[in-house]
Ligand binder design. Sequence first.
Ligand SMILES: C[S@@+](CC[C@H](N)C(=O)[O-])C[C@H]1O[C@@H](n2cnc3c(N)ncnc32)[C@H](O)[C@@H]1O
Length: 236
Amino acid sequence: MTDPDSWWLDERAYAGREHSDEQHTRRYDAKMDAGAPAEIRLLEEAGVLGPDSTVVDLGTGTGQFALAAAAVCARVVAVDVAPLMLARLREKLDSSTLSNVEVVSAGFLTYEHVGGPADVVYSRFALHHLPDFWQAIALRRMAEMLRPGGVLRLSDVVYSFEPEDAERRIEAWIAETMAADVDGGWTRAELAEHVRDEHSTFTWLLEPMIERAGFDLADATYDDSGMLAQYLCRRR
Ligand SMILES: C[S@@+](CC[C@H](N)C(=O)[O-])C[C@H]1O[C@@H](n2cnc3c(N)ncnc32)[C@H](O)[C@@H]1O
């Protein structure tokens, strides 16, 4: 229950309806390929991922990236607020030989990093669960987990267009992305729910927050729809 005297956000209450839906968590990996091998290569090329590295994956979900990272680094901390998503990750760990993944039930605003500073903080399609003010707080917390020169790899639904284009862009994105049913991908209702009920923001709001949190924006890429952004951010 939320403490009425506390002003700190109860991030579990913002974690997304679908992440406490058992069926959704079971079909998640079939719907969503996190592209982990390419992400691993990118971080290796950036010089921050290798046999001695520590990685913190915030909003790890079913751990697609965390498991791939664990195969090439020393320590992975896989963090999420949704017990059912973590249950899927634990099932995979139980049937793997990996022994360097710590699963932590916490979130952007509550995870307390212990041990040596991270070389990589990774977060994919999760930060949009927090409203803007809390995204800024979360980004500062991520910076504090990293060593100087360490990297935040951040991917999310972030809007790289002007407010007057919103209706046209969002409708075009839904039309080209939507699947007929929840098993085949993301339905119109799921995509609409994202825009309506979650907190994706504009690139031109998020990027100053990233810099203000203590990062240099080494790279920013936007997809053609203007709906997805990927950042490589260096801890100053
Ligand atoms: C769309 S899934 C992405 C999972 C994974 N990163 C991937 O790329 O496949 C979003 C995840 O963010 C988690 N999440 C939501 N709010 C969070 C918070 N405040 N802190 C950490 N994780 C959060 C959800 O529980 C969910 O597992």
